[in-house]
Design a protein around this ligand. Structure first.
Ligand SMILES: *Cc1c(COP(=O)(O)O)cnc(C)c1O
Length: 369
């Protein structure tokens, strides 16, 4: 059998950076700035520049950044937040942590992102905000969502956990909503050596409050203005992220290379290949294809040593954790159909052309091509 192709190869990413990472981690050990500190502060500055935003704050996960984003918009018990049922569950956790209700709206068939056409019908007097996701690295329809939110005077938060470096009309995502949240989970496009996240905003007052909420609701030590959290980014992660951020632009271009090559090689297969939102540039966090024979195809890839994964096998409205919302199968048919048909192929910047070719050959073999 030919060489297996891993789904993700973090070792390949770390290897050329190892000396720089060792030095950055050693610097943290030397200065003992383990919670926030100078490396986190420098990374926050650099990440704000990367996003073209005024403020970026380091958090200990993308989930905690999303939670604080909801707090910044004063989302609380009795409130509703319109969001997508087709994402990683942390998007909805942020709403639930505030005692509010996630109100799901089905997705667009082609892009897997929140369908702007359906948002308006879901708005009620209790709607406090909208929380769309740039899923798989692909921006949602920013113009349409901005227009609807403006019309109804609702803020929106971008869940950009999968989309570092994605662009919409030439501008980095992360600056369109009132607040945007990123994850630095190791497998994300920019990953820490552990957990991490960021909250990005152009609003100085929101940034100041987020900084306080991140640190026990306090700006003056042992004086607490409101109920806050311990959501600080660790010093070591700030140092690691500072090293890796310098490579993110190049990594995104490599992901674009991989996506373009897959598109060429798989064009003649029965697979539905990922569509790109008009006017946008995907960050290609995942390369997710669709097939009505997904489960068989998955078995075939597994048997031939081709890494793959299903994002996501069950939409959020059907999760046990959200049974209390009372949803039934059939409530969001587009999301449910996607969950039966999607399959993510290997996607990381270091994938070689030979590996891409091998993935394509195995996929074509499945279809007898
Ligand atoms: C990864 C992810 C999160 C959560 O980020 P963590 O850093 O893992 O807490 C939130 N939303 C989406 C869409 C994600 O992919």
């Amino acid at each position: 059998m030919s060489e297996p192709v891993p789904y993700l190869d973090l070792r390949a990413q770390l290897k050329p950076l190892r000396a720089e990472l060792d030095a950055a981690i050693a610097r943290t050990l030397d200065n003992c700035s383990f919670c926030l500190g100078p490396d986190v502060a420098q990374f926050e500055k650099d990440f704000a520049v990367f996003c073209g935003a005024q403020h970026a704050l380091g958090f200990n996960s993308g989930t905690s950044a999303l939670h604080v984003a909801m707090r910044l918009l004063n989302v609380g018990p009795g409130d509703e937040v319109i969001t997508t049922p087709y994402t990683f569950i942390a998007t909805s956790w942020a709403i639930s942590y505030c005692g509010a209700k996630p109100v799901y709206v089905d997705i667009d068939e082609a892009t897997f992102n929140l369908d702007p056409q359906r948002i308006e019908r879901a708005i009620t007097p209790r709607t406090k905000a909208v929380l769309p996701v740039h899923l798989y690295g692909q921006s949602f329809d920013v113009d349409a969502i901005t227009a609807i939110c403006k019309k109804h005077k609702l803020p929106f938060v971008e869940d950009a956990a999968q989309a570092h470096g994605a662009k919409y009309r030439g501008k980095s995502i992360g600056t369109f909503g009132a607040v945007s949240c990123f994850s630095f989970y190791p497998a994300k496009n920019l990953g820490a050596c552990g957990e991490g996240g960021a909250l990005v905003t152009n609003d100085a007052a929101l940034a100041a409050r987020a900084k306080s909420l991140r640190e026990h609701g306090s700006t003056v030590r042992y004086h607490h203005d409101e109920v806050g959290y311990n959501y600080r980014l660790e010093g070591i992660q700030g140092a690691v992220l500072g090293v890796k951020l310098k490579h993110l632009g190049q990594w995104t271009r490599e992901r674009q290379r991989v996506a373009a090559r897959y598109a060429e090689l798989l064009a003649d297969t029965p697979l539905q290949l990922p569509a790109v939102t008009p006017g946008s540039e995907s960050a290609w966090h995942l390369y997710t294809v669709r097939s009505s024979r997904r489960d068989e195809l998955k078995k075939h890839l597994d048997a031939n040593g081709i890494g793959n994964a299903v994002h996501y096998p069950m939409p959020l409205h059907l999760q046990k954790a959200y049974a209390h919302l009372g949803h039934q199968p059939g409530d969001f048919p587009v999301a449910e159909k996607a969950s039966r048909e999607v399959l993510s192929l290997p996607m990381f910047p270091e994938l070689t052309d030979a590996q891409i070719q091998r993935v394509a050959d195995v996929v074509k073999g499945f279809f007898g091509q």
